[in-house]
Write a protein that binds this ligand. Structure first.
Ligand SMILES: C[S@@+](CC[C@H](N)C(=O)[O-])C[C@H]1O[C@@H](n2cnc3c(N)ncnc32)[C@H](O)[C@@H]1O
Length: 543
C-alpha cells in the first residue's frame, strides 16, 4: 500500500512522481543505473546504493538546482521524507525567510539545511560528529554558495544541543531545531534490523546506505532524543521549537512519556507518509503561543467525542461545571479510575481518565443484584479475578461476549476483566433501565460507529465538530481566555502507565446546559469508553 496520499500537500512529489525517462535522458550518471523495457519504460535498481545516490543527486539538481556530492558508504537521503519534515516545520512556524534553525547530525549531504535554505531562505547551524560527513557537508554548502546561510560545525558525539548552541553564538535565538537521529543502540540492533530492513530505512525494497557511525548512538533514537529533551530543559526558550524525526512508533510513546516526566506540556507528534514507509515527527516547545497543527493522517480516523447533557439535579449538586466535575471525579475514583485534572476555566473542566482494569461492569452487576434480578449475571470479581458463579449473560448489554476469541455463555472458569472482549453492535443503555416513555433516536455520528440509543427524558444527544488537537487537552492553552491550568495538578500527574483505557472527560457549559464529553486517547478498545459513558449516565440520572 502506498502512503503517498498522506504525503504533505505541498510536497512536490505528492502528485508528481519524478520521470525516470526524463532524468535518464538528461543525466548520464542516472542513465547508467537504469534499464529500459520493450515499451520504453525506465527502471532503476533500488538495491544498488550508487543508483540511489544518482537518483537523489539528480533530483536535487533538477528540482532544486542544488549540486550535492555524496561519499561512498554514507547515508543517501530520500527526498520525499525530507520534504515532509520541512513542510511540517513550515506548518508550525510559517515560511518567513530568515528563520534560524539547528540541524543536529546534518550528514554528508547537509540535506535539510540545503533544501530549507533554498526553499525558504532559512539559516542554519548544521552540526555533525563524523569528520568525513563534516568535510562533505561543508563542501556541499560552499558549492551551492550558501556559506552565509549554513554554518557546518563539527561536534563531539556526546553533545547534542547545549554545547554546540553556546559555542556558535551566545546571542542567536533559534526558531527551531531538527534532527534525524542515529536510530540504533548498537551493532546487534543494527544487524538484526538490516536482516529485514535496510540500515538507513529507505523505502522498502531499497538498499542500505548508512554507515555504523551514522546510524548507531548510545540508547538509539530514544536515547538521542531523550538527551535533546533533557538539554532543552536547560536551553528552554533559546530554541523556540524542538523537533526530531522518529523511526519507530514505539519510540514515540517512550518519548512522550519522557516529555511528561520533564513537565513539558506543549508537545505533539505527526506522521511523515511517503511511498511504503512511515516515519514520525515529535515536537515540543516552551513557547505557549505555538499551536500545533493536527496530523492529517490521524484526523482521517478520528471519531467525534461521546456527548451527554448532564441532567439538572445530578448527584444532588449545584448545576455548575465545577460542582459536577467534583462529583464525577468522586464517582470515578470510587471505582478506581485515575483522574488527572487538566485544563480548568470558569465554565470548563477537563480530566484525563486512566483505568487499569474494568471496574464499571462490576458496578452494573452490583446494581442488578440490588434490584434482585432473578437471573444471575455475574462477572468475575475485580478484586481477585475470580467469581463464584460463572455465568456471563450476553443479553446484559446486547453484546455478544467473546472471551479469548470464543463465544461464551455460561463460563466455567474464572477470567480477568482484561480478557473479556465485547464485540458487535450495542445499545448504550441497559434494557431494564429504559423508562416507559422513552423513544428511540438515532445518534448523529460522523464516524463508523453509529449506535442506536434510547432517549431518556432530559437527556439530549449532541455531536459537534471535532475539537482541536487532542494533545492540547493535556496541556494549558494560553490562547484561550479565562484558562488557568493548575500547575500543581499537572506536576503531580501520577497516571498509571499500564492501562486499558485512557480518555479525556470534559465538562463545559453550553448555553444553559452542562455538557459532558468523553474523547478517546488510547487503550485496548473504544468499547470501554462507551461503557464508562454508560456508567456515568446511569449515575447522573439517579436522583
Ligand atoms: C541518521 S543520520 C542523518 C543524516 C541527515 N540529517 C539525513 O537526514 O540524511 C544521523 C547523523 O547524525 C550524526 N551524529 C551522531 N551523533 C551526533 C551528535 N551528537 N551531534 C551531531 N551529529 C551527530 C551522524 O554522524 C549522522 O551523520
Amino acid at each position: 500500500m502506498t502512503l503517498n496520499k498522506f504525503m504533505h500537500p505541498r510536497n512536490r512529489y505528492k502528485n508528481c512522481k519524478p520521470s525516470f525517462l526524463e532524468l535518464a535522458l538528461k543525466y548520464p550518471e542516472f542513465r547508467a543505473h537504469t534499464t529500459q523495457d520493450d515499451s520504453g519504460k525506465v527502471f532503476l535498481d533500488f538495491k544498488n546504493a550508487e543508483a540511489l545516490k544518482a537518483l537523489t543527486t539528480c533530483l536535487l539538481k533538477e528540482d532544486f538546482n542544488l549540486s550535492v556530492d555524496l561519499p561512498e558508504n554514507r547515508l543517501v537521503p530520500t527526498l520525499p521524507l525530507r520534504l515532509n519534515y520541512i513542510h511540517w516545520l513550515e506548518d508550525i512556524l510559517g515560511t518567513d525567510a530568515g528563520k534560524w534553525g539547528i540541524d543536529i547530525g546534518t550528514g554528508a549531504s547537509c540535506i535539510y539545511p540545503l533544501l530549507a535554505a533554498t526553499m525558504n531562505k532559512w539559516k542554519f547551524l548544521a552540526t555533525e560528529a563524523d569528520p568525513e560527513n563534516v568535510f562533505y557537508a561543508t563542501n556541499n554548502v560552499k558549492n551551492n554558495g550558501l556559506q552565509d546561510e549554513i554554518h557546518v560545525h563539527q561536534v563531539s558525539r556526546d553533545d547534542v544541543l547545549i554545547v554546540p548552541t553556546n559555542a556558535f553564538n551566545q546571542t542567536t535565538k533559534f526558531d527551531f531545531c531538527m534532527c534525524n537521529p542515529p536510530f540504533f543502540a548498537d551493532h546487534m540492533e543494527a544487524q538484526a534490523m538490516t536482516k529485514t530492513r535496510s540500515v538507513d530505512r529507505p523505502e522498502a525494497g531499497s538498499v542500505s546506505t548508512a554507515s555504523p557511525q551514522e546510524c548507531i548512538a548510545q540508547g538509539g533514537e530514544v536515547g538521542f532524543i531523550r538527551q535533546m529533551i533533557e538539554e532543552s530543559t536547560v536551553l528552554r526558550e533559546k530554541i523556540r521549537l524542538y523537533t526530531s524525526m522518529v523511526g519507530k512508533k514505539s519510540s514515540l510513546t517512550q518519548l512522550k512519556e519522557e516529555l511528561r516526566q520533564q513537565k513539558i506540556v506543549n508537545f505533539t507528534s505527526t506522521e511523515f507518509c511517503q511511498g511504503k514507509t512511515m516515519r514520525w515527527g515529535i515536537a515540543w516547545t516552551y513557547d505557549q503561543t505555538i499551536i500545533f497543527p493536527r496530523s492529517m493522517f490521524e484526523s482521517r480516523k478520528e471519531k467525534p467525542p461521546l456527548q451527554f447533557v448532564v441532567p439538572r439535579g445530578a448527584g444532588g449538586v449545584e448545576y455548575q461545571v465545577h460542582e459536577i466535575a467534583a462529583h464525577i471525579r468522586g464517582l470515578l475514583e470510587s471505582i478506581k479510575v485515575h483522574c488527572y485534572q487538566g485544563k480548568k476555566a470558569k465554565s470548563y473542566s477537563s480530566l484525563t481518565l486512566t483505568a487499569v482494569e474494568n471496574t464499571w461492569c462490576h458496578q452494573r452487576r452490583l446494581r442488578r443484584q440490588q434490584r434482585n434480578i432473578e437471573e444471575p449475571v455475574i462477572y468475575p470479581s475485580q478484586d481477585t479475578g475470580h467469581s463464584s458463579a460463572h455465568v456471563l449473560d450476553p443479553s446484559d448489554t446486547g453484546h455478544s461476549i467473546n472471551i479469548n476469541g470464543k463465544q461464551t455463555v455460561g463460563l466455567k472458569e474464572s477470567v480477568k476483566y482484561q480478557d473479556i472482549k465485547l464485540n458487535g453492535k450495542r445499545t448504550l443503555n441497559e434494557p431494564d433501565r429504559i423508562p416507559p416513555n422513552s423513544k428511540k433516536i438515532k445518534v448523529k455520528s460522523t464516524g463508523s460507529d453509529k449506535i442506536e440509543q434510547e432517549e431518556k427524558p432530559g437527556i439530549e444527544q449532541i455531536n459537534e465538530e471535532k475539537p482541536p488537537i487532542l494533545q492540547a487537552e493535556l496541556q494549558p492553552q494560553p490562547t484561550q481566555k479565562n484558562t488557568t491550568v493548575e500547575a500543581g495538578e499537572i506536576l503531580s500527574d501520577t497516571s498509571p502507565k499500564d492501562y486499558i483505557l485512557k480518555c479525556v472527560l470534559r465538562l463545559k457549559r453550553s448555553e444553559e446546559q452542562v455538557l459532558l464529553e468523553l474523547e478517546w486517547l488510547d487503550g485496548s478498545s473504544r468499547e470501554l469508553m462507551h461503557q464508562v459513558m454508560t456508567f456515568l449516565k446511569n449515575k447522573l440520572v439517579q436522583r
